[in-house]
Design a protein around this ligand. Structure first.
Ligand code: SF4
Length: 489
């Protein structure tokens, strides 16, 4: 990571115009989320609860759903922007010039996983603070300082990464758009309204390509069962029929996870849910998988990333190709639907390796369980990535591209990069036309054969059930913002 900078906040910019530092003068607060994977933004709801407890007047603005609230921008002394993921950060950079034009004096605080690694790019929008990790307490302190409730000024020139153990508050969601404006779950002919919660944060693992690692460094924090259940209860009261748990890995604390799902099922037996669990944990916690099914787990997202052991070793994923195969069979035997995710295009991908991945997905009967976009994803190398110093990565690295907030790289075989572009275009077209996953997969299968200059052998018939539960918005966090997303800002 390059040297991070936080700009010094000029004293005259700490308050709304006309306010004085020598007496408490609460500032209005605007919380902005640009994109949160199609969920109602948890980070805004949690921060709302903390700031309201301080007496703050809080406005939430989810620009993935609503237009930018220009009046709130003008009226706010503190504007907090949640950078939960790469796409959200790119979209935030798009709206920052407008924020600055509307309110040059507001203190802008960037918070979330993608804040600290992108400190250089964000620092041009002074005055700002950048907070990663457990952000609620730090931002509450910032609010107190800006409003004069604390004499100390915001700390200068420093990016804050906090892994403090917080006393979590139940998120307050009444300032956010209703749940039916977000992604829904599709199961056969039924759609379910989806809520979102987090039972833990951070991760105890150190996968090299993961954005959680530079912030949490192998730590994770659990959210008390009563706080999670209260958050879910509020969403059920507002129409949620399914809960998506956003924990980086639901089985980092398996005992805690089991208490959460037991409490959820006892209190809301008709509510289904989904979680993310790594391959390693699916195998080591195999005795708990049946409990997931019993308590209403509709599917488990699992970050397989690759079927190539060398690539898995470079990424330090903690599992092998054989482990993936074992986990897929175990899940099938348990009646658990897996939704594997991949990073199939890396500097180490070969054409034969990519075709081998497709073949394995087909042989395991997982074609319908893999969102097509997962077969087009290219490794993202942002600032702070643990891959930057890896000897296997260095020969492929190019300059940092500020407009993309990531480092460029090329595969040594240009045909692999060309295949990635072709697969991405095919997936975008197929999804726009509403083609079934099997049809898009068959197209990718042909492209992979064409790239190798060999005739495509027929695919085996897909054997898994057709009614696979899936989100209307596919799970991935490293894509280019779409024109529609940009147009909405
Ligand atoms: S297990 Fe998942 S969340 Fe944890 S470090 Fe690895 S990729 Fe990141």
């Amino acid at each position: 990571m390059r040297a991070a900078k936080i700009l010094i906040t000029p004293r005259e910019n700490r308050h709304t115009p006309g306010s004085r530092r020598d007496e408490a003068s609460p500032v209005n607060v605007l919380l902005i989320s640009t994109y949160d994977l199609g969920h109602q933004p948890f980070g805004l709801a949690s921060l709302t609860a903390w700031l309201r407890a301080e007496g703050a007047d809080v406005v939430c603005n989810d620009t993935a759903v609503d237009a930018l609230n220009e009046n709130a921008v003008r009226d706010s002394g503190l504007i907090c922007i949640h950078l939960a993921m790469h796409t959200a950060t790119r979209l935030a950079l798009d709206i920052l010039p407008r924020l600055r034009a509307l309110n040059p004096g507001a203190h802008i605080c960037f918070f979330g996983l993608y804040g600290p690694p992108n400190a250089d790019a964000l620092a041009g929008f002074a005055p700002c603070s950048i907070i990663g990790g457990e952000f609620e307490s730090e931002i509450t302190n910032l609010y107190r300082r800006l409003s004069g409730a604390e004499a100390a000024l915001p700390e200068k020139g420093k990016v804050v990464i906090s892994t403090e153990r917080l006393s979590f508050r139940t998120p307050e969601r009444d300032g956010l758009p209703p749940l039916d404006q977000y992604a829904h779950l599709t199961l056969g002919n039924n759609d379910r309204t989806v809520g979102y919660s987090e039972a833990s944060r951070g991760c105890k693992h150190l996968c090299r390509h993961c954005p959680v690692v530079p912030i949490y460094g192998g730590r994770f924090r659990t959210v008390p069962v009563d706080v999670v259940l209260a958050d879910i209860g509020a969403q059920v009261a507002n129409g949620a029929e399914h809960i998506s748990f956003g924990d980086p890995d639901f089985f980092n604390g398996p005992g805690h996870a089991e208490r959460i799902i037991s409490a959820l099922h006892n209190e809301f037996p008709k509510i289904s849910y989904d979680v993310t669990i790594k391959v390693e944990h699916l195998l080591s916690q195999r005795g708990r998988l049946a409990r997931l099914v019993e308590t209403g787990c509709l599917f488990v997202t699992t970050a397989v990333e690759s079927a190539d052991d060398r690539t898995l070793d470079i990424l330090d994923k903690g599992h092998s190709r054989d482990d993936f195969i074992a986990a897929a069979k175990l899940a099938r035997d348990t009646g658990l639907v897996l939704s594997p995710t991949f990073v199939p295009f890396t500097p180490w991908t070969s054409l034969t390796g990519y075709l081998g991945l497709l073949r394995l997905i087909s042989e395991l009967g997982l074609v319908n369980q893999v969102s097509p976009v997962q077969l087009a994803i290219r490794l993202l190398v942002p600032e702070g990535s643990a891959l930057l110093d890896h000897p296997e990565m260095k020969p492929h690295l190019q300059e940092f591209a500020p407009e993309r907030l990531s480092y460029g790289w090329h595969n040594p075989d240009r045909r692999v990069d060309q295949l990635q572009s072709a697969v991405q275009a095919l997936v975008e077209t197929g999804e726009a036309q509403g083609q079934p996953r099997t049809g898009i997969f068959a197209g990718i299968w042909r492209l992979a054969h064409d790239a190798l200059g060999i005739a495509a052998v027929p695919l085996p018939a897909e054997t898994c059930a057709q009614d696979i539960p899936r989100m209307s918005e596919p799970w991935y966090c490293c894509a280019e913002p779409t024109e529609a997303q940009r147009a909405g800002l």
